[in-house]
Ligand binder design. Structure first.
Ligand SMILES: Nc1nc2c(ncn2[C@@H]2O[C@H](COP(=O)(O)OP(=O)(O)OP(=O)(O)O)[C@@H](O)[C@H]2O)c(=O)[nH]1
Ligand SMILES: [Mg+2]
Length: 444
């Protein structure tokens, strides 16, 4: 079950904090918003620590971030899978992991406003490893189980045992088994078999397609380990070979499409939506990298909708942080001139008024409007949609600026276009109607 607002935070607690926030004088909340915006846009100059807001933003986004549980022995390809799915380097992933039990750790992507979380349980199959603690923790968190195993490693009993245990407790959970490092089973001098032949389910089709008998045998042997696993959830096998460019194998993400197809077939809807949005437009490297950040921050803003009183302070700060992050991705600093140009292309928004120095008093004038719209549009994910559109418009603006061009009409159009797709995305991510809780999608 996806976590819901209601389950993530008790209703009394929610109301309690809203009431507490409500006691703070309005001017104080507005001043907080203004300094949070400045701190987000110009962290080094503002002198205002952004830490508390940063943590709040990440926490809001995390409420909507599904958890993919990667279950596999050490060196089985867990990190490589995250690398291919997110476009992060292995080093970035290594640095991004946070410990959650002695042997389990979690990687949030993007870190500042996560869209998805990868849980890495290591130690399976190691001497003296007791999976009880990891299992209890991971089982509570997971929305999808992905098992990784090296295709030529036959010692998978410990992994299979855990899968059996999971399915005894959750017979409906689908399991995706990713069989990695295929080329270790190729005859000397052979490359990947093209086109990818493993979509053919029966072993019989693989030999004629050109897969070595040795590799077919290993893959099938691993499958038989799961033959007796109970439960009606699907068990899908996806052979892959995720190499680095220097390794000399092409394509470097062999089997990625098949993995995506498998995920689309069996994963819960919210996981599929998150995975589909880990990268953006394949033809534009910077826009592609920016996309999950835009969506992650928009989600955090959408989550803040639920607490409109807190949202007054948080939503502008979230939008400012998003702009700052996008500036870093595009290698362009937001100075007042850039911000002014962007604002005039869009027509001024709350954020830009604050950031360009209108200050808290101007913001106060907008508050009744904010209050009304936030109340009326919580169901439509208003803050989600406007933050998403702001991010997309900023990408357009920064992309043009990088080439020295300026296209205010294009910026405004990008904003309008993004508002249109935001509603669909909000629905997919379970944000369109937060009061009814998360859309659970397919289980787990
Ligand atoms: N050729 C190839 N190498 C892979 C594949 N998956 C992983 N590797 C390599 O195997 C080694 C271990 O892969 P990782 O992705 O780091 O495995 P891991 O499960 O995260 O390992 P730990 O974090 O140590 O548990 C690395 O050198 C990878 O480059 C694959 O599909 N193909
Ligand atoms: Mg790893």
């Amino acid at each position: 079950m996806m976590p819901s607002y209601a389950s993530g935070r008790g209703i009394e607690e929610t109301l309690g904090s809203a009431v507490k926030l409500g006691k703070q004088p309005l001017w104080q909340r507005l001043a907080k918003a203004a300094s949070a915006v400045k701190a987000a846009l110009w962290p080094s100059r503002s002198g205002v620590p952004g830490g508390a807001t940063d943590a709040e933003i990440a926490a809001r986004a995390r409420e909507f971030a599904p958890v993919v549980w990667l279950l596999g022995k050490v060196q089985s390809g867990k990190t490589s899978l995250i690398r291919v799915m997110t476009g992060c380097t292995a080093a970035e992933i290594g640095d991004g992991f946070r410990a959650c039990t002695t042997t389990a750790r979690i990687f949030d992507f993007p870190e500042e406003a996560p869209l998805i979380r990868f849980l890495d349980t290591r130690g399976l199959g190691e001497a003296g490893y007791d999976p009880a603690q990891d299992l209890a923790f991971s089982e509570r968190q997971a929305h999808l189980v992905v098992v990784t195993m090296r295709a030529l490693d036959p010692q998978q009993e410990a992994v299979a045992d855990v899968v059996r245990l999971i399915r005894r407790r959750h017979p409906e959970w689908p399991i995706i088994v990713v069989q990695t490092a295929l080329h270790e089973g190729y005859p000397r001098g052979a490359g990947h078999v093209m086109p990818y032949p493993f979509a053919v389910d029966a072993a019989g089709g693989l030999g004629p397609a050109g897969v070595s008998a040795n590799l077919v045998r290993s893959l099938m042997r691993q499958r038989t380990l799961f033959a007796g696993v109970q439960g009606k959830g699907a068990i899908v096998f996806v052979p892959v070979d995720f190499t680095l460019p220097g390794d000399g194998w092409g394509p470097v993400d062999y089997g990625h499409d098949a993995l995506v197809a498998a995920l689309q077939n069996v994963a819960p809807a919210a996981v599929v939506s998150a995975l589909q949005n880990l990268t953006g437009d394949a033809n534009d490297v910077l826009a592609s990298r920016a996309h999950p950040h835009v969506l992650g921050y928009a989600t955090a803003a959408g989550a803040a909708d639920l607490w409109p009183v807190a949202g007054i302070a948080l939503v502008p700060a979230i939008q400012a942080k998003l702009l700052h992050t996008l500036g870093a991705i595009y290698g362009i600093a937001w100075n007042r001139r850039a911000l002014g140009e962007f604002a005039s292309a869009l027509g001024a928004t709350t954020l830009l008024r604050v950031a360009s120095g209108f200050g808290a008093r101007e913001l106060a004038k907008l508050v009744p409007v904010y209050g009304q719209t936030a109340g009326a549009a919580a169901a439509a994910g208003m803050s989600f949609a406007t933050t998403y559109a702001l991010g997309k418009a900023a990408c357009y603006f920064l992309g043009r600026r990088k080439t020295g061009a300026s296209d205010p009409a294009g910026v405004a159009q990008a904003y309008k276009d993004a508002l249109g797709s935001a509603l669909r995305l909000a629905r997919e991510r379970g944000i369109s109607n937060p009061h009814s809780g998360r859309a659970p999608g397919k289980t787990p």
